[in-house]
Design a protein around this ligand. Structure first.
Ligand code: PGA
Length: 248
């Protein structure tokens, strides 16, 4: 049985004092869940969030990292830097980074390798645009993104990669994929992994759905056979709402 992971992606929101307050508020609301709870917070919140989440079941992640270890990359943060303050997870290849910051399948792959080098668990985002969906090539796009993201990883690393299937047209739009559509897309990703790495590994990879997940639709999504939780943007900014998704 795969566990379910619910991860919040705060994007460029929340100051350190707000992060501390949020985690204090969330802690009692999610303490009894069997699901894994992760908050991916801005760099400036990481240290405060990690201290506040100590002795709770809330794990802390970053939203991006650079693939090089160190050097002349003004403004960038390395995997080693994240690890040094006990960050456990890192989102890699979010569609907003692919769209606004020229993230490519190649840099995504390099970042995943560097994340593993430093013992960070990557949450790797894949997803099609509305145009690609309307053209009927959504499945081809997301399975290719998955293949290129995982290229060159060991079986063990593939097993420990969390994938977030996030159709771009569903992010921040209020439009969620139907549970059947989301499940079919995720199954296509899992089948692709099975083809390359074998069924046993494919069956153990956690694949989340993301895109306008909220407390009112989380339960029906989580009931689907292949959906192993969610990556939550907007609805992760209110502790009460986010806790309802975690407990759905
Ligand atoms: P959303 O964002 O839940 O606000 O649609 C999801 C994401 O971008 O990870």
């Amino acid at each position: 049985m795969r566990k379910r992971i619910v991860a919040g992606n705060w994007k460029m929101n929340m100051l350190p004092n707000e992060a501390i307050h949020f985690i204090e508020e969330l802690t009692p609301l999610v303490k009894d869940t069997k699901n894994e709870v992760i908050l991916c917070v801005p760099y400036t919140d990481l240290f405060y969030a990690i201290l506040t989440a100590q002795n709770t079941n809330i794990k802390i992640g970053a939203q991006n990292m650079h693939f090089e270890d160190k050097g002349a990359y003004t403004g960038e943060v390395s995997g080693e830097m994240l690890k040094s303050i006990n960050v456990e997870y890192v989102i890699i290849g979010h569609s907003e980074r692919r769209q606004y910051f020229n993230e490519t399948d190649e840099t995504v792959n390099k970042k995943i390798k560097s994340a593993f080098k430093y013992g960070l668990k990557p949450i790797v985002c894949v997803g099609e645009t509305l145009e690609q969906r309307e053209e009927g090539i959504a499945e081809e796009v997301i399975t290719k993104q998955t293949e290129l993201a995982l290229a060159g990883l060991s079986d063990e690393q593939v097993k420990n990669t969390i994938i977030a299937y996030e159709p771009i047209w569903a992010i921040g739009t209020g439009k969620t994929a139907t549970k059947e559509d989301a499940n079919n897309s995720i199954r296509a990703i899992r089948n692709k992994i099975a083809k390359i790495y074998g069924q046993i590994i494919a069956d153990s990879v956690i694949i989340q759905y993301g895109g306008s997940v909220k407390s009112s639709n989380a339960k029906e999504l989580f009931e689907m056979s292949d959906i192993d939780g969610a990556l939550v943007g907007g609805a992760s900014l209110k502790a009460d709402e986010f806790s309802k998704i975690v407990n759905a």
